[in-house]
Design a protein around this ligand. Structure first.
Ligand SMILES: Cc1cc2nc3c(=O)[nH]c(=O)nc-3n(C[C@H](O)[C@H](O)[C@H](O)COP(=O)(O)OP(=O)(O)OC[C@H]3O[C@@H](n4cnc5c(N)ncnc54)[C@H](O)[C@@H]3O)c2cc1C
Length: 404
């Protein structure tokens, strides 16, 4: 027997929260989104939407607008300081029609925001949720001013990588900050990088990395790797040192870096490696970065959050009650979320760490893997978000899309 209409609370009006609210409101549930900002807004760097995330946007009816707002990405090219190709992967190896999309956060946020409001979810802003309480089988969210929201039949926590509810619900949850993060800036693409259709990176050992991601036909996001202590808010950024190193590492990008530095356009970002003992506790479910945040090395975080949102909608649609829906959610999303969390964690020191020697096996092995067709295909599948675990993976459908 299918579930009737539920009262559902969602904490966090970000990528995962808004996508989940849209699917659940579409299905006839009464959805309340609780967001700490007075004015919900896009926070963060431009990002790469994989074929997986694009399929979720398609299910929400947003894919054409997203494609119009973003930049098509056909592959990823990473070179070391001697211009030797370290990573060279192409979505076309999976299917001729497959591609990813670079997109700025503001346009992605606007699309999701309009969608969630159109779906009829109720948005409550200016409420920072700091605790949850159980009332029998239901859950109540408590905000910083001690106001109570709910009770809800299901409370979905999508409050991002710095989730304040994670430790309240799962005292054994772990979310250490990575020793390295980055600064990023979204700037005009004055060297027409977008025309190449590539996410490009340049590495010097493991201590310098410059990334260029086209996010619109005329804009790109620059990423520059830095140790986390240098990213602390009270410490001034040494943009001049960054400019010197970046320009020496990758002269082609120099005019873009110079302009971004002159405009002081950079913002700091750190990442956490989140692990929960399980995805839910009673009627409280964690999704997105709150549940499985990781470093952006494999470009998966937002995609995993979108897939969580879709899987939650499906699980509520085909279960008899909330506990069964949450079990089905865990079965659908657990393996892939765990794989990408672990794989990102293992890979990160090879790209961002003080262990420069790790660059030697990285450059040798990845280069070899990328020129060996069967391995290259497996790596392209991992990048596209297709892996379900170390030993299993999904395939794209006959049209080159990820089948949800
Ligand atoms: C530099 C960088 C580059 C990245 N690049 C990529 C990429 O290329 N591809 C990719 O897929 N992913 C990428 N990611 C990861 C991606 O940004 C995240 O995985 C994604 O934003 C997570 O979405 P979310 O909805 O879980 O959380 P968020 O988008 O962080 O949303 C959380 C929401 O919850 C709200 N909130 C927080 N606390 C509370 C509270 N207590 N009460 C109420 N509301 C609250 C916040 O205001 C926010 O609106 C990158 C991350 C970084 C840092």
């Amino acid at each position: 027997m299918a579930l009737g209409s539920l009262e559902i609370g969602i904490v966090g009006c970000g990528i995962a929260g808004q996508a989940a609210a849209s699917f659940l409101a579409d299905a006839g549930h009464v959805v309340t989104l609780l967001e700490r900002f007075e004015q919900p807004q896009a926070v963060g760097a431009g990002l790469l939407l994989q074929p997986t995330g694009l399929s979720v946007l398609r299910a929400l009816g947003l894919q054409p607008e997203a494609i119009a707002a973003g930049a098509r990405i056909d592959g990823i090219l990473g070179e070391n300081q001697w211009s030797v190709r370290v990573i060279d992967l192409d979505y076309g190896d999976l299917h001729p029609a497959a591609f990813a999309l670079g997109i700025g956060r503001p346009p992605l946020f606007d699309l999701l925001h309009r969608r969630v409001l159109a779906a009829g979810a109720r948005l409550v802003t200016g409420v920072e949720i700091v605790d949850v309480e159980r009332e029998g089988a239901r859950a109540v969210a408590l905000d910083r001013k001690a106001r109570r929201h709910g009770p809800f039949d299901l409370l979905v926590v999508a409050d991002g990588t710095n989730s304040s509810l994670r430790q309240r619900v799962f005292p054994r949850a772990r979310a250490p900050v990575y020793p390295w993060g980055c600064i990023w800036a979204t700037v005009p693409d004055i060297r027409a990088f977008g025309a190449q259709g590539l996410l490009r990176q340049r590495f010097f050992g493991t201590t310098a990395m410059l990334g260029v991601l086209p996010v619109a036909f005329d804009r790109l996001t620059l990423f520059w790797s830095l140790p986390t202590p240098e990213l602390q808010a009270d410490r001034p950024l040494d943009l001049e040192a960054m400019r010197r190193k970046a320009v020496a590492l990758w002269p082609d990008v120099a005019p873009i870096v110079e302009r971004a530095v002159a405009a002081c356009a950079f913002t700091r970002a750190t990442y956490r490696h989140v692990s929960l003992p399980r995805w839910s506790d009673g009627p409280i479910l964690f999704i997105g970065d709150a549940a499985h945040g990781t470093s952006p090395q494999l470009g998966q975080g937002a995609n995993l959050g979108l897939l969580d949102a879709h899987a939650l909608g499906r699980s509520l649609a085909d279960a008899a009650d909330v506990p069964q829906a949450l079990e089905r959610f865990a079965a659908r999303r657990g393996p892939s979320n765990r794989f990408y969390g672990t794989a990102s964690h293992l890979l990160t020191p090879f790209f961002q760490s003080h262990h420069d020697l790790l660059a030697i096996p990285r450059d040798l092995l990845l280069h070899r893997a990328c020129v060996t067709p069967p391995v290259r295909r497996v790596l392209a599948g991992a990048l596209a978000g297709l892996r379900r675990g170390w030993w299993s993976a999904d395939s794209l459908d006959a049209d080159g899309r990820y089948p949800l």
